[in-house]
Ligand binder design. Structure first.
Ligand SMILES: [Zn+2]
Length: 447
């Protein structure tokens, strides 16, 4: 009975949290490639425990863990999660150590708890609740848990190509989500695409005394000039053809967006700003949020970064840029356009030293699975989901949307600080999101 499942989840919350804390103690930082196999093994062991058939797939990058059980049900539900986390630096801004999960004021703090180990473990425990209460699983289950989401999922295309038959389901729950600034649960149906590049300039064989700035060229200036050529002060991206392949929002997208409140005042207060970029508001703000591509400087490095002064003319300079792309922009094409832009503007010596990317994707807002998830949310949380047709963030959703309609919901909240110090979740939400997945499974069997 579903009621048994829900009360099992409630009475075993502490056990579920202690499982979660165990995996949070493993610092599986994909960018550093540390503890990855151990964490993949942790996930596989827990899938095995549930009686799912687990497999650790070796790839050219970090392993992908899958699990599945076919109970002969009409519908199949897939979960996409990741066991890797973002780097925890800067450590000194954490109030408790990032890899020592700590409960404070009804929240659980640790790197990766919101993004996305909390969701991963909550979903495992939802299945466990069916098993332990002797309740038949209402749907067949599939898990895909990768280890490189936080570094752009470079080996997922290869994994997906090799596992096409496995990657089919009637509905899928994507990795992240939670409540917005008003505490109302939100669902995300799409993700923007991404192009990430590292630009490098080297103009001298070694750093020089800055006295020679009168006769020697400057790498950091060349880089800064190149960066400033990419964008106007009103944030219009100046790369030739950048906006050419942008798909405009559909009628049903616009209808869904009209229902969303982006809580402009609260968000401005949260970030301590008077105005959004270009004084965007109302419909224009919404259109930018859901359908504006970006060109963002994620980091710049050159010369002296230490205390006090050092008069130096740096030999090299480097910048990391991320471009958020919308449907139907192609990251490879944008990278080529960036190269052309640099070459045509006197920046042939600015190298694109490294790049990565994938396109945007989304599940149609009128897909019946979206209704199933909303119904479950209403039963557990007592209100309709705020449905976002796409997230301003990115992920390799495009690999799945042809064969699985994905909806992203999860245990985070507006103050979860994913990717930042003091990442956390509200423990009550964690419990409710487990219950919501149980009800999604139940509702799916009647769909
Ligand atoms: Zn993340």
């Amino acid at each position: 009975m579903l009621d048994d499942v829900l009360s099992y989840l409630e009475s075993n919350l502490a056990n579920s949290l202690s499982d979660l804390k165990e995996v949070l103690r493993l610092p599986s930082v994909a960018a550093k490639g540390e503890n990855m196999e151990e964490t993949a093994q942790w996930v596989a062991d827990h899938l095995d425990e549930l009686g799912l058939e687990s497999k650790i797939h070796k790839t050219s990058g970090q392993p992908v863990v899958t699990g599945h059980i076919d109970v002969g049900a009409k519908r199949t539900l897939m979960f996409y999660d990741h066991y890797d986390v973002q780097p925890a630096e800067p450590f000194d801004l954490w109030e408790s150590p990032p890899f020592e999960p700590t409960e404070r004021d009804g929240r659980l703090y640790a790197r990766g708890v919101a993004d996305n180990k909390g969701d991963t473990v909550s979903r495992l425990w939802t299945i466990k609740a069916f098993l332990e209460t002797g309740t038949d699983l209402p749907v067949n289950i599939k898990f895909v848990v990768e280890g490189e989401e936080e570094v752009g999922s470079p080996t997922m295309p290869e994994f997906v190509k090799d596992n096409k038959d496995f990657l089919k389901a009637d509905g899928g729950i994507w990795e992240f989500g939670g409540s917005g600034i008003d505490g109302i649960q939100e669902a995300w149906l799409g993700l923007k695409g991404l192009l990430y590049v590292q630009l490098e300039v080297e103009r001298l064989t070694m750093d020089a005394h800055s006295a020679y700035a009168c006769i020697l060229p400057s790498a950091p200036y060349q880089l800064v000039w190149a960066l400033s050529s990419l964008k106007d002060s009103d944030s219009r991206i100046k790369i030739d053809g950048f906006y050419d392949d942008m798909k405009q929002l559909s009628e049903s997208d616009l209808k869904a967006i009209a229902k969303v409140d982006l809580h402009e005042t609260e968000v401005k207060d949260h970030y301590g700003i008077q105005h959004f970029l270009n004084e965007l508001k109302d419909d224009a703000l919404k259109e930018a949020y859901y359908n504006a591509p970006t060109c963002n400087i994620a980091g710049i490095e050159s010369g002296w970064q230490g205390m006090g002064s050092k008069t130096v003319l740096p030999a090299k300079a480097m910048a990391k840029l991320d471009f958020r792309l919308v449907e139907t922009m192609d990251p490879e094409d944008i990278k080529n356009k960036l190269r052309r832009h640099l070459d045509n503007n006197g920046f042939e010596d600015v190298k694109i030293a490294w790049y990565d990317g994938y396109p945007a994707a989304k599940t149609p807002v009128d897909h019946p699975f979206v209704d199933v998830v909303n119904k479950a949310n209403k039963i557990v949380f007592g209100h309709d989901l705020v449905v976002h047709t796409t997230s301003p963030g990115s992920g390799p959703l495009y690999l799945f949307t042809d064969s699985v309609p994905m909806v992203s919901i999860g245990c985070g909240d507006f103050d979860s600080r994913a990717h930042s110090p003091n990442e956390s979740i509200i423990i009550d939400n964690y419990l409710l999101t487990m219950k919501r997945v149980a009800v999604v499974m139940d509702e799916m069997s009647r769909w």
